[in-house]
Each structure stands twice: as C-alpha cells, then as structure tokens.
Ligand binder design. Structure first.
Ligand code: ASP
Length: 343
C-alpha cells in the first residue's frame, strides 16, 4: 500500500455537486471540477485524491441498473490502484445504490464510502463539506498496512453506517439516514470513533464482480383493504420473477383464502416471494403468529431484518445467479454482505 493512501472519488450526481439556477430557482448539476475548487480543504487531506465523474451527472432518482453497473465498473477497473473509494450520489436513492454495489462486489477488502448532502456545496450552511471530507478520511483509514474499513458504507451527518442496512428517513434534516437494525460502525466527533467489533473483516479472497441484475421484480406493500384483484394483477405480470412482499409486524398477512391461493399459485409458477416487514425496525419471524404460519407452509422466503432497499437489490442480484429454488431460499435467508442478522 502507498504511504499516502490513494482515494478515488466517484461523482455520479446529486445535490452535493449542484448549484442553483437563479433564473428558474431549480437545482442543476455542475461541472465536477468545480467541486474541488469549492472545497480547497480537500487538498489538505493526507491522501492522494483522484476524481472520476459521470459524463452527465444525474439526480439519484434517475439511477438505474446501467448506472449501478457503471459505478461497479469504475471500482473494478481502479481496484488495484486505489486504496479506498468515495462515491457521491444523491441521497434520495443512495441506500438502494449502495446496497446494489455491496451485492455486486464479493470479497471486497477495501472501503467504499457513499456520501452526498442535503444542501448544495455552494450553500452557506451546506452539509456537503463535512460529509465529503470525513468520508475521504474514513476511506483513507489504515491499520496494519491494510484498509481499516473493508466494506460498502454510507457516511452522513457524523455517522458511518453499513450501507446495506440504511434507509433514507428525512427529506430535510441533515440527519437523513438511519440504520434501524445495525448500529453505526463509526461516529465522527472531536475524534473519529470506529466500532471495531461491528466491522466486516474481509477474507483473503479475490474480488468477484457481478454486475448483471434482473429487474423483473416488484415491491408489493400490503395495507388493510388491498383488493385481491390488485394482488392478482401484480402477480400475473409477464415474466415476473420475484416479489418483495411488505407485510405487517413480524411478517404477518391476511389469512383470506383467496389471497393465500394467489400467493400459492405465484410460488408454483416459480415466482419468489420474500417477506419483509413494513416496520422500521425488528425482524420477520415466520410462524410466530397464526397470521404467518400459512406463509411458512407456502415456503415464502423470510427477509428477516433486511431493509426493503437491500431486499430488492439482493433479489435482483440473486435472480441472475442461476440458483435452484432451494439454493435461492438458502442464499436469500443468509447474510451475504452483512445485510441481515443471522437470526
Ligand atoms: N434529489 C437529490 C438526489 O437524490 C437529493 C440529494 O442529492 O440528496 O439526487
């Protein structure tokens, strides 16, 4: 490893690199080179920083599978050269993107720190500077000649989280993210405190990159009164391969016969149904209540304490891995990148 770590800063878009168009009042992306000139402090950091920008920076609402593959390709191409990566995206879909990247990269042994900001970099009260500078510092941390962080993380407002455990919780507050089922792995105050026992430790294996996802999937959120007609229509979508079924409490659903029949038919057609709770925190526990025993009998897959963001990206990832039905369930129900607790 270099004496000064080499950090690759990847800018994909988002508020952090935006300016206000004073004619229209709308925010628009600006040339990434201006980002560095806006934060001269970047030059003071004890690392070498290289930057790569999406040719056309995007609002994170426009993120898609190609963009995710593009981010993974940049990381793959520069993996040997860089000691750490900082990825700037808009916060709106950052938890999805960071989760997707965590699944794309197996045996990761270097830090990939996602960050962004709620206010544009040029704004007087911007949160962009602190987020960016600390994210770079975190990506530069080394111990015993190796990167201290060896996983995909998300840094926002003084907290570093395991990225695939996060969810965006606030559209206005600087504290925009939460990690309801896994504690922050580091906190920035006067000192940068890393919770060593919460870190993922990489195996000594070579990085494997899998960029192809299958997006024949849907998130179906249940609510009291949802009609079986709507459910049937969704489950009959042509080529549908998987459903994240957002259920109540510890994974419960209605016991209505017609509804259960629809699920059963879909499963028999080969559609995977994953039970993920609508609750912000806690876990699915199939069979705990009578209102989930039928799901257990149907071999519905338990999402345990996974977030919807991690569940949908894990589903898209696993669908392309040529797994048998049995393998798929085993792989989904175990932690692949620290995205769920081994309950
Ligand atoms: N709309 C922006 C985006 O997600 C918000 C942000 O950057 O935080 O790209």
């Amino acid at each position: 490893m270099a004496i000064k770590p080499n950090i690759l800063l990847i800018y994909t878009g988002g508020t952090i690199g935006m300016v206000k168009d004073y004619k229209t009042g709308a925010l628009r992306a600006f040339d990434f080179n201006n980002l560095r000139s806006r934060i001269p402090e970047l030059n003071q950091l004890d690392c070498n920083i290289k930057t790569i920008s999406f040719e056309e920076p995007i609002d994170s609402s426009n993120m898609n599978l190609d963009n995710w593959a593009a981010i993974a390709t940049i990381i793959e191409t520069n993996y040997q050269l860089a000691d750490g990566f900082v990825v700037l995206t808009g916060s709106d879909t950052m938890s999805y993107t960071a989760s997707a990247i965590s699944f794309m990269l197996e045996n990761l042994s270097k830090p990939i720190v996602f960050t962004g900001s709620q206010l544009p970099i040029g704004d007087l009260r911007t949160d962009a500077k602190e987020n960016l500078i600390t994210a770079i510092q975190i990506a530069s941390l080394q111990e015993n000649n190796a990167p201290k962080i060896q996983e995909v993380c998300l840094y926002f407002e003084y907290k570093l989280y395991r990225a695939n455990r996060t969810t965006k919780i606030n559209a206005e507050h600087f504290e925009a993210f939460n990690s309801p089922n896994y504690p922050a792995i580091a906190e920035s105050g006067v000192h940068l405190k890393v919770q060593n026992h919460l870190l993922h430790i990489a195996d000594d294996k070579e990085l494997v990159v899998r960029k192809k996802f299958n997006n024949n999937v849907v998130v179906l959120k249940l609510f009291p009164g949802i009609s079986n007609h709507v459910i049937q229509t969704i489950l009959n979508i042509k080529n549908l391969k998987g459903v994240i079924l957002e259920t109540y409490g510890s994974g419960n659903t209605s016991t209505n016969k017609e509804f259960i029949n629809l699920l059963s038919k879909a499963i028999n057609k080969g559609i995977y149904i994953i039970d993920v709770t609508q609750c912000v925190s806690g876990s699915v526990s199939l069979g705990q209540y009578e209102t989930s025993t039928h799901l257990k009998e149907l071999d519905v897959i338990s999402g345990k304490d996974i977030t919807t963001e991690a569940a949908i990206t894990k589903l898209m990832y696993l669908l392309n891995q040529n797994l048998t039905k049995k393998e798929f369930k085993i792989f989904f129900e175990k932690s692949l990148r620290g995205e769920m607790s081994d309950i």
